[in-house]
Every structure is written in structure tokens, then in C-alpha cells.
Design a protein around this ligand. Structure first.
Ligand code: GLU
Length: 380
């Protein structure tokens, strides 16, 4: 894809200059409430994807639309659905959605592979590694993974609920260098443009500061801001892992070519200090399984780059297995670090406050000296 006549601003690079690109497509682009799937639009998008692959990039798609498609098939009235209704809609819609992607991509001799993920697949290390290996194998074989949340089985407590954050997690999982969030919003404004005439468009975001977060509003105003909150959350996950992010509108045909031709879009720069993939994964955990409260001496040790020893742990809450993510808090309860526990919760309770040399006598075997090894920990 070329940049057309208009020179690209300095912060913009052609999409094809990226090695691995995750593209998230919002439901409203793929599905029309009345007529169902927007097949011609999808065909044009797949031509853009084929061009990126031709240029040598790996492409992964996170596609919404299962619930929207299923509800048109089931003839649900345009009102909020109950959980079991949306799960039934997703069950029906996901088949049609996967078939649509597969058909459109096959016109370019590209094979599609469906992956349905739940929150646990990106949170739990063993499942995370497994999902990542599957996606890697698909890409090695030239296929395009078509990813969605496994909406039919996810319950409200264990679901993402939005594909923005799911797409960001996928991007960090596969080490992508670009995430494109494509929906009906063309980017980030300093205020809601519909209600505020002074709202200014931001074409580049150097870093996601508290000011930027404030522009997205809080979760309560999500509807009126067009879901900007989850997009900024996605930006934090992606840019923190060294992955650039673009918010762009997909309302026109060939929306990826349009970005290269200078279409309005907000570009989020990746953070200047790329963490290792392991640390990135730890820092991005949405739900730590437990909490360790530590004393002031242990906090000082942590901040100087040392591991967390059992002796500095004053209390252990939650149920977790060895290798699960836990939050590390100071005596006031403030989270200061996150890490992968070297012990399961029951063992951690028994050795908390004790010297590392006593571990063998307490547990009956010589475990690790550290409760959390420094390589497995990210400080605040
Ligand atoms: N997973 C949902 C679906 O396929 C979409 C979630 C979202 O729109 O972010 O319908």
C-alpha cells in the first residue's frame, strides 16, 4: 500500500512497515442491524489484509460481530439482551462470522483459522503459552487467525466483554508491533465531539498520561463516549508492551488503505522502555489471584531490585497456585508490585514471616528461597 499524494505526518509509518499487525474490527462495521453481514465491505477489507500479507506482515484479526449477527438471525428486538440470550446469539452468529471471514480471505488464497479465547486463556500462564503457540503455528503456515471471545461459555465474572482489551492482550501475546482498533470512531478527542464544540482531535498520543485517560471518561460514561474507555485501556496494555496502536474509523471501504492514504486516525506511540514479554504479561494481568502484604523492609528490598523473601510477608490472602499472578501490597493495602508466586497459597501462608532456611523444615521439602523471584516481578 502506498501513501497516495498526501505526505504522512512524521509519527505515521506505512502499515506494511510493521512486522506483525493485530486488527480489531467492531461489530457495527461488519453487521447491519437490518440486512445482516456487510459482505462487500468485508471483501474490501480482506483485499487490504491480503496486500499487507503480500508485503510480508503477519496479520491477526480480532473480530467482533458474533452477537450482532446472531441477534439478526434470531430476530431479537433492538433492546439489551439477557446473558443467555446474548450467548445464544453468539453461538449462532460465530458460525456465520467465521464462515464470512474464511470465504472473503479465500478469494486471496488465504486460509483463516478460528480461535475463541476466554479471559483465563490470557491470564493463566500455561493456557496463555498454549494459545500463543497455536497462533504462532497458524502464522508460520501463512494463515490468518480470526479471534473472538468465547462468548457462549463466558460468564460475566470471567469475560472481557469487549474486544478492545482482548485485542490488546492478543497483541502482547504474539509480540505484535502494531494494533489497529477499527470501529465507527475515527480517534481520540479531548472531549466528546458530539456535545462539545471545542473538542480537539488528537492525531498522536505520545504517552497515556492521566490527562489522556481523563479524556476517555470513566466507565459510567462509556456509551456516550463511544467505548473510548476500553480503547484507552487497550492502549495501555499494548503501548506498555512496545506495540503501537491506531484508533481509526472503518466506515469507508478499504479502511486500511485509507489509513495509509492519510485518513484521520489517532496514533499511540509505544512506550520507550520495552519490557521483556514475561514482565509485560505479569504487568498486564487483569485479575491477580491473591495478595501478599509485605513489611517496610521487604518493600525497600524490592525497590532496590531484590526478590521477595517469605520473611518480609506479613499476610497472604486469596487462593492461588504456584506460578499464578499475585498483587504485592504495602501495610496500607496499596499495590506496589505484581509477580508470579513461587508457592501456592496454602504453602505461602505457612512460610510467611519465616526465614528461607526454615522452609524445608516447615514444608517438608526445600522449595525456592524467594516467595517471588525478582525476574517474575514488576514493581508499580
Ligand atoms: N465478542 C463480542 C461479539 O462477537 C463483541 C465484543 C465487542 O464488541 O467488543 O459479538
Amino acid at each position: 500500500m502506498t501513501a497516495g499524494n498526501k505526505p504522512l505526518s512524521a509519527h505515521r509509518r506505512p502499515l506494511s512497515a510493521h512486522k506483525r499487525i493485530v486488527i480489531k474490527i467492531g461489530s457495527a462495521l461488519l453487521v447491519d442491524r437490518k440486512s445482516g453481514l456487510r459482505a462487500a465491505w468485508l471483501d474490501a477489507l480482506c483485499a487490504d489484509i491480503a496486500a499487507l500479507k503480500q508485503a510480508g506482515a503477519d496479520v491477526l484479526v480480532v473480530s467482533s460481530g458474533a452477537i450482532a449477527l446472531g441477534r439478526t438471525v434470531l430476530g431479537f428486538a433492538p433492546a439489551a439482551l439477557r446473558l443467555e440470550e446474548s450467548q445464544a446469539a453468539a453461538a449462532i452468529g460465530q458460525i456465520a462470522l467465521a464462515r464470512a471471514w474464511s470465504t472473503s480471505l479465500s478469494a486471496h488464497d488465504i486460509v483463516a483459522g478460528q480461535i475463541l479465547l476466554t479471559l483465563g486463556d490470557t491470564e493463566e500462564r500455561r493456557r496463555y503459552l498454549n494459545a500463543r503457540a497455536t497462533m504462532g503455528e497458524l502464522m508460520r503456515r501463512g494463515a490468518v487467525p480470526i479471534i473472538n471471545e468465547n462468548d457462549t461459555v463466558a460468564t460475566s465474572e470471567i469475560r472481557y466483554g469487549d474486544n478492545d482489551r482482548l485485542a490488546a492482550r492478543v497483541a502482547t501475546m504474539v509480540g505484535a508491533d502494531l494494533l489497529v482498533l477499527m470501529s465507527d470512531i475515527d480517534g481520540l478527542y479531548t472531549a466528546p465531539p458530539a456535545s462539545n464544540p471545542d473538542a480537539r482531535f488528537l492525531d498522536v498520543v505520545e504517552a497515556i498520561t492521566p490527562d489522556i485517560e481523563a479524556m476517555a471518561g470513566d466507565a459510567g460514561s462509556e456509551l456516550s463516549r463511544g467505548g473510548m474507555r476500553t480503547k484507552i485501556d487497550a492502549g495501555k496494555i499494548a503501548t506498555g508492551a512496545g506495540c503501537a496502536m491506531i484508533i481509526a474509523s472503518g466506515k469507508i471501504d478499504h479502511p486500511l488503505t485509507a489509513i495509509d492514504n492519510g485518513a484521520r486516525s489517532s496514533w499511540f506511540k509505544p512506550s520507550g522502555t520495552p519490557q521483556t514479554a514475561r514482565k509485560t504479561w505479569i504487568a498486564g494481568q487483569l485479575e491477580p489471584s491473591g495478595r501478599l502484604v509485605i513489611d517496610a523492609g521487604a518493600e525497600t528490598a524490592l525497590r532496590s531490585g531484590k526478590s521477595l523473601l517469605p520473611a518480609g510477608v506479613t499476610s497472604v490472602t486469596g487462593e492461588f497456585q504456584r506460578g499464578d499472578p499475585v498483587a504485592v501490597c504495602d501495610a496500607s493495602g496499596r499495590e506496589i508490585a505484581r509477580g508470579l508466586s513461587g508457592y501456592d497459597a496454602e504453602e505461602a501462608r505457612r512460610i510467611a514471616g519465616r526465614k528461607s532456611g526454615e522452609i524445608e523444615a516447615i514444608l517438608g521439602y526445600s522449595g525456592r528461597a524467594a516467595m517471588i523471584h525478582r525476574d517474575d516481578m514488576v514493581i508499580g
